[in-house]
Design a protein around this ligand. Structure first.
Ligand code: SF4
Ligand code: SF4
Length: 475
């Protein structure tokens, strides 16, 4: 490895590690050969080479700020991708694998990069390369797998979770009902008290489980009429977690849209957005879900496809990139993407019905979901909506757009970094002494609520649309 430990102080006080360029390593290594990138879903050399190594992204990167290590920074990770791209190291590199895993895919680096490096695309492609080399997608190890595969129980679990549960919402809802039974029957209490969860390394992940009602509270296939003069016809992505654990947030979103003259449709054939798949390197799994959703929403004559979960919205806005090599679906994906709107983006773009808003005497701080602030660059609209609520006091927290450490299944694969970032975020939020932490993404909501419970703090975590809904109810 070529990173040394020559720390210099920087303007932000986080430390800068000077990177020593590697000595040239010949491509021909005799008997020792490296595992190169596969041709399918190869990280773009053009994107990798757009990075000019200026380091302006370092202070925005949560993992760099936590570790102070160059290799845990965007620039360090791009160097690693470049090294594999040029054959100087291979996919077998433990450092490469660890850094592709440790990255939160929060894309804070992308938002501040003056060269416009599309970091998310090369990270997801790099993860797809690792998964491909491990022979992902099969429970039995294929002969062609270049890297040692995961243990068979992990392969089986991944096949069930990514290959079945997140692909068929009927199964997902059935699992949600089983988990509700687990919570209510006393088994959860027993599992937590007995230490069994710690034994299998699932204690942190299980602690994030939201209270489940056992049924999806927003049924698919419904059409909700606009209040007053109908101005728009919109559809909502109900999704996986949002459609089960966050049904009340969907109900609030529908009511707020109705108050703003929208007829709201919930297309029945839609599925999960595919974010977990694409972020985790299962790009084909993400593509299958993208096609399902495009087919479910197209032809409805919609003005907009509304998304109230930041991670889902950013994934759906990139379906055109995901399907750019698919000649049959590329055009349909581009038409779909043009209609996808984050709910805050949409409400701020129309004439908001402010006359119906009632007073809420609440102090609120806003934690920005990464996939809203960085991936979609939506920062002003959520704040404008909060400030439109009479009586509500918005208190800005420090580091509001620094990742909270949720990032999909990050709690499971990087529990220490996730816990550290979660504690940092909650500490920043509590420093404002606000009664409510407002957010716009299920992963962030679960992470914040779990950390508040752990610290014994009483602050509430609420979606912005829930606060708007409450204000309309008071109006
Ligand atoms: S990713 Fe962008 S900001 Fe970061 S080092 Fe490269 S060019 Fe500079
Ligand atoms: S995506 Fe986030 S964690 Fe990953 S390198 Fe960029 S800023 Fe750092």
């Amino acid at each position: 490895m070529w990173f040394d430990d020559d720390r210099r102080g920087d303007a932000f006080g986080f430390g800068v590690y000077q990177m020593r360029r590697p000595d040239p390593i010949p491509m021909d290594r005799g008997e020792y050969s490296v595992i190169p990138f596969h041709d399918k879903d190869r990280p773009s050399s053009d994107v990798i080479n757009t990075c000019v190594h200026c380091g302006l992204c370092l202070s925005a990167c949560p993992t760099y700020r936590e570790t102070g290590l160059e290799m845990s920074s965007p620039r360090g990770r791009i160097y690693l991708m470049k090294a594999v791209d040029e054959g100087r190291i291979g996919l077998e590199s433990a450092v490469f694998q660890e850094q592709m895993s440790q990255c939160l895919n929060c894309r804070a680096c992308e938002a501040v990069c003056p060269s416009g490096v599309q970091y998310g695309t090369i990270l997801e492609a790099s993860r797809a390369q690792i998964e491909h080399a491990r022979g992902a997608g099969t429970i039995m190890r294929p002969q062609s797998a270049a890297l040692p595969p995961r243990p068979i129980w992990q392969r089986a679990l991944r096949s069930v979770v990514f290959g079945a549960l997140f692909k068929d919402m009927r199964l997902f809802r059935a699992l949600s009902s089983s988990m509700a039974l687990y919570q209510k029957s006393g088994v959860q209490w027993l599992a937590r008290r007995s230490g069994a969860l710690k034994l299998i390394g699932m204690a942190d992940a299980e602690a994030m489980l939201p209270p489940l009602g056992g049924v999806a509270t927003v049924p698919q296939g419904q059409i909700y009429p606009a209040e007053g003069d109908g101005r728009y016809s919109v559809a909502i992505l109900t999704g996986c977690i949002m459609g089960t654990a966050f049904g009340p947030v969907h109900a609030a979103t529908i009511r707020v849209l109705q108050k703003n003259g929208c007829e709201v449709i919930l297309p029945p054939e839609q599925g999960c957005c595919g974010a977990l798949h694409t972020h985790g390197g299962d790009l084909d799994g993400g593509r299958a879900l993208a096609r399902q959703n495009i087919a479910a929403f197209e032809g409805l004559g919609l003005d907009a496809i509304i998304v109230n979960a930041a991670g889902c919205g950013s994934t759906m806005k990139e379906y055109d990139h995901l399907l750019h090599d698919d000649l049959e679906w590329r055009g349909r994906a581009e038409a779909f993407v043009r209609k996808v709107k984050d709910v805050h983006e949409f409400l701020a773009s129309i004439e908001l019905n402010t006359a119906g808003l009632g007073r809420l005497e609440l102090s609120v701080t806003y934690q920005e979901p990464c996939h809203l602030a960085h991936a979609q660059r939506i920062t002003a609209q959520p704040r404008a909506l909060l400030m439109a609520i009479p009586g509500l006091e918005l208190r800005e927290m420090p580091e509001s757009s620094l990742c909270c450490g949720s990032a999909g299944v990050y709690n499971v694969i990087q529990p220490e970094m996730a816990a550290s970032l979660g504690a940092r975020k909650v500490s920043n939020a509590l420093s404002t002494r606000a009664q409510v932490i407002a957010t716009a993404n299920p992963g962030c909501a679960l992470q914040l609520a779990a950390e508040l419970r752990r610290q014994g703090e009483a602050a509430q975590v609420r979606y912005i649309v829930e606060l708007l809904d409450q204000s309309y109810a008071a109006g």
